[in-house]
Design a protein around this ligand. Structure first.
Ligand code: UFG
Length: 340
């Protein structure tokens, strides 16, 4: 059976990808230090899939621990999710981000090489593109590296590292997946995003306001050059995103070199449109107020997903209503102590 190692596999995107990989017939091994997730996610993956992944509580930067994983399993490919991901924290503590995100990747690549594992899929981000001019939808040929924060720069640096490794080693495959804005949760309501403390991102903030945990949403800026003045993003359902990894993996098994793919829907939604869609999908009211712009936000960030559509044969098919409904179902379950 083909075995895939998921670093950061108990996290938000990792756990949904584990479920889709198991459904596609892969054997899943998870390595996660649980710094931003909990161990019971492994049981919930098992509850959904009927199969429990092997789990190692390790820091991926620790090569000795990583060697134990590679010695215990024949790993055919790695999907590398592990990394810190808060934009605001990365601005306050840049060294923490560079050390953690780069070290984990370098250790992983060195151990992969030692064990002859030559396929890696990397969790990159649309943040590597920087600012769009005239509502241009980003494609994989667009310039990258002009990031506004250390978190984004770690993604961009890791893309460069993987590209160099693929050039140096003919048999090596790296696939860089540039995620747009993942939201939603598995429809079982058993796994989803569990932000630590007050959420930074729009959807978890909306669901916590809906649940009465937070009093009111602040809309960061209503004077952008967009139709309703609020920022536009390409929100993608996390289950579609997870399926994108399965498609990328299948591609990686028959190609070498460095492949780059946007994972987005190609549809833009403004902050106000998202609030109203959430209200309508769930029959709720979300109190909000217009606030100052948030530093570093770009007005427009939407994917041109045609390369992934054409080459990977993958397409996002869940819509904003699915995203809002599934995010809310998860938020409600999350408050249920038996699940959290
Ligand atoms: N927003 C609000 N109020 C909030 C939170 C967010 O108005 O309380 C707005 C933001 O200003 C932005 C939009 O909602 O206009 C989306 O913000 P998110 O924080 O949800 O997402 P971002 O697009 O800023 O960032 C996300 C990921 C990053 C990633 C980036 C790539 O969080 O990790 O997409 O484009 F780098």
């Amino acid at each position: 059976m083909t075995t895939i190692l998921l670093t950061g596999g108990t996290g938000y995107i990792g756990s949904h990808t584990a479920v889709e990989l198991i459904a596609a017939g892969y054997e899943v091994v998870i390595a996660d230090d649980l710094s931003n997730s909990s161990k019971n996610v492994v049981d919930r993956i098992a509850q959904i899939s009927g199969k429990k992944p092997s789990f190692y509580e390790i820091d991926v930067a620790d090569k000795d621990d990583l060697r134990k994983v590679f010695s215990s399993h024949h790993i055919d490919a790695v999907i590398h999710f592990a990394g810190f991901k808060s934009v605001s924290e990365s601005v306050r503590e840049p060294l923490k981000y560079y050390r953690n995100n780069l070290d984990a990747t370098l250790s992983l690549l060195e151990v992969m090489k030692a064990y002859g594992c030559e396929k890696i899929i990397f969790s990159s981000s649309a943040t590597v593109y920087g600012v769009s001019v005239d509502s241009h939808k980003f494609n994989e040929e667009d310039e990258t590296g002009n990031c506004s924060n250390p978190y984004g720069r770690t993604k961009s640096m890791i893309e460069d590292i993987l590209s160099d490794v693929s050039k140096a080693d003919e048999g090596f495959t790296s696939i860089l997946l540039r995620y747009f804005n993942p939201v939603g949760a598995h429809e079982s309501g058993l796994i989803g995003e569990e932000p630590n403390g007050i959420p930074n991102n729009l959807m978890p903030f909306i669901t916590q306001v809906a649940a009465g945990i937070l009093p009111k949403l602040k809309v960061f800026g209503s004077d952008y050059d967009t139709p309703d003045g609020t920022c536009i993003r390409d929100y993608i359902h996390v289950v579609d995103l997870a399926r994108g990894h399965v498609a990328a993996l299948e591609y990686a098994f028959v190609h070498t070199g460095c492949g780059i793919f946007n994972l987005g829907t190609g549809k833009g939604t403004s902050v106000l449109e998202m609030i109203h869609a959430f209200e309508e999908a769930n029959g709720l009211r979300i109190p909000y107020e217009i606030a100052e712009r948030r530093a570093g936000d770009v007005p427009f960030c939407v994917a041109d997903p045609s390369k992934a559509n054409d080459i990977l044969g993958w397409k996002a098919d869940k819509d904003i209503v699915d995203m809002c409904r599934d995010s809310w179902r998860w938020q409600q379950n999350c408050r249920n102590e038996s699940i959290k």
